[in-house]
Design a binder for this molecule. Sequence first.
Ligand SMILES: *[C@@H]1O[C@H](CO)[C@@H](O)[C@H](O)[C@H]1NC(C)=O
Ligand SMILES: *[C@@H]1O[C@H](CO)[C@@H](O)[C@H](O)[C@H]1NC(C)=O
Ligand SMILES: *[C@@H]1O[C@H](CO)[C@@H](O)[C@H](O)[C@H]1NC(C)=O
Ligand SMILES: *[C@@H]1O[C@H](CO)[C@@H](O)[C@H](O)[C@H]1NC(C)=O
Ligand SMILES: *[C@@H]1O[C@H](CO)[C@@H](O)[C@H](O)[C@H]1NC(C)=O
Ligand SMILES: *[C@@H]1O[C@H](CO)[C@@H](O)[C@H](O)[C@H]1NC(C)=O
Ligand SMILES: *[C@@H]1O[C@H](CO)[C@@H](O)[C@H](O)[C@H]1NC(C)=O
Ligand SMILES: *[C@@H]1O[C@H](CO)[C@@H](O)[C@H](O)[C@H]1NC(C)=O
Ligand SMILES: *[C@@H]1O[C@H](CO)[C@@H](O)[C@H](O)[C@H]1NC(C)=O
Length: 445
Amino acid sequence: MAITRIPYPVFLAVLFVMILPHAVAYDPLDPNGNITIKWDIMSWTPDGYVAVVTMFNFQMYRHITSPGWTLGWTWTKKEIIWSMVGAQATDQGDCSKFKINIPHCCKRTPAIVDLLPGVPYNQQIANCCKGGVVASWGQDPAAAVSSFQLSVGLSGTSDKTVRLPKNFTLLGPGRGYTCSQANKVPPSVFLSSDGRRTTQAMMTWNVTCTYSQLLVAKNPSCCVSFSSFYNDTIVPCPTCACGCQNNSTCVIELLFCRSDSKILSVVGVNTPTNDNTPLLQCTDNMCPIRVHWHVKQNYQLYWRVKIAITNFNYRMNYSQWTLAAQHPNLNNVTQVFSFDYKPLVPYPSTNDSGMFYGIKYYNDILMEAGPDGNVQSELILQKDFNTFTFKEGWAFPRKVYFNGDECAMPPPDVYPYLPSSAHGNLVSSLIPLASAIFMLLVHWQ
Ligand SMILES: *[C@@H]1O[C@H](CO)[C@@H](O)[C@H](O)[C@H]1NC(C)=O
Ligand SMILES: *[C@@H]1O[C@H](CO)[C@@H](O)[C@H](O)[C@H]1NC(C)=O
Ligand SMILES: *[C@@H]1O[C@H](CO)[C@@H](O)[C@H](O)[C@H]1NC(C)=O
Ligand SMILES: *[C@@H]1O[C@H](CO)[C@@H](O)[C@H](O)[C@H]1NC(C)=O
Ligand SMILES: *[C@@H]1O[C@H](CO)[C@@H](O)[C@H](O)[C@H]1NC(C)=O
Ligand SMILES: *[C@@H]1O[C@H](CO)[C@@H](O)[C@H](O)[C@H]1NC(C)=O
Ligand SMILES: *[C@@H]1O[C@H](CO)[C@@H](O)[C@H](O)[C@H]1NC(C)=O
Ligand SMILES: *[C@@H]1O[C@H](CO)[C@@H](O)[C@H](O)[C@H]1NC(C)=O
Ligand SMILES: *[C@@H]1O[C@H](CO)[C@@H](O)[C@H](O)[C@H]1NC(C)=O
């Protein structure tokens, strides 16, 4: 069996470069990921226009979670918003100049939020009213779109006189997304529902917003730990990966009564909160999310990994969570149990990354910390004997992202070592038994 060794210094250097945390403002596994905002003027009115604004979340594995998006911009003239369908401005602003018809919003820099589900039909348009929650493109393209309609006054009334709004913000200035200028693009073409007639917008402009973890938080929000079948060592998350432990701000211990899973004695856990302040279980890494990668089994032609994601936040259910990982063997994933899986193809020449997400209605919600606060999967990868090895931590992931945020990894030289005495015969002695188990498992599932 030919196993190519990667020289250790090279491996370390490569790992180190890959692990350099948060040095880049874009996603290496999703380099084109962006949210595109398309603004279509559907008709002109005596003093302005009616437009439909549509957000497409083209990010493969980052969604917009509750409390949802806020979209802002700066008007370039004296524009006002007469009315909106499917969304609303958070502040009306100073409309005292208007006596009879009062506009919906007179602010020069409106901030728009989605309506909550369940609004009456006459206040809805397609793809609105989801509380600002937008799925990722990789998980559910149909739910990765969000729209609203607005009627604008005191603007131009033709494509010659309308001025494009400036300084678009998504989520708020300095929070997560930076947006390009609006660019006039060829007018959108719409197909009627029976597919027999097309209509065209009067005028269209696009804005592209890209995510930057740098803008959001200095600390990671998740971390990765390792273990393997060939070594008892569990490599934990790096200490202080997401913050250092402070027993006065975390929950030291929770007791669960087995019969009804009720929390018996905890300070603060049952206190309702309106904000999103996390209430974390005390750990020495203080990460809300831990991803554990266990190299579980070796077969002749395959190997098996178990992935467990654990939630340490008592105040958060993660719905529509995603996990993206980079590992050179992910191009040969043979089977994934309990999670959905989709390869990510950031560069045409490599297929070394993929995204995992929950199966709808089964484990697509990662419950709050506690006995149900975890989801698990196993995957079987086919060995490519040009590269496959258990040595030098090769079997562990290079990068991991939870909900699009990069997770803190153990340092590059810290992983469960392959016992040096057992190199040759470990694999061969396990083959007959392991392949028998594999066949059994495959037929079982
Ligand atoms: C935004 O994403 C779409 C879909 O992946 C892509 O076609 C487009 O080029 C991206 N735009 C930018 C500016 O990156
Ligand atoms: C847009 O933002 C830039 C930089 O923050 C600022 O200089 C400019 O005046 C803003 N434009 C408008 C129309 O507010
Ligand atoms: C504008 O955005 C829409 C929606 O993402 C896209 O279909 C269209 O190609 C974009 N236009 C340009 C010129 O980028
Ligand atoms: C722990 O948190 C409390 C309250 O926020 C703060 O007063 C204290 O200084 C912190 N202790 C440490 C060691 O960071
Ligand atoms: C927090 O509490 C644990 C268990 O009571 C203790 O071992 C640890 O030293 C404490 N840490 C700090 C920073 O006080
Ligand atoms: C999480 O979901 C469960 C079940 O739907 C619910 O009982 C619980 O209150 C939720 N927790 C939070 C923090 O929203
Ligand atoms: C990567 O995966 C995609 C989809 O599975 C496939 O079409 C493509 O050929 C693969 N590329 C390489 C270089 O293996
Ligand atoms: C692994 O995938 C690569 C590219 O997708 C393919 O060329 C190769 O043959 C596969 N190896 C095995 C052992 O299936
Ligand atoms: C297991 O790995 C650790 C390093 O993570 C190493 O110190 C230890 O010696 C290994 N155990 C065996 C039995 O090789």
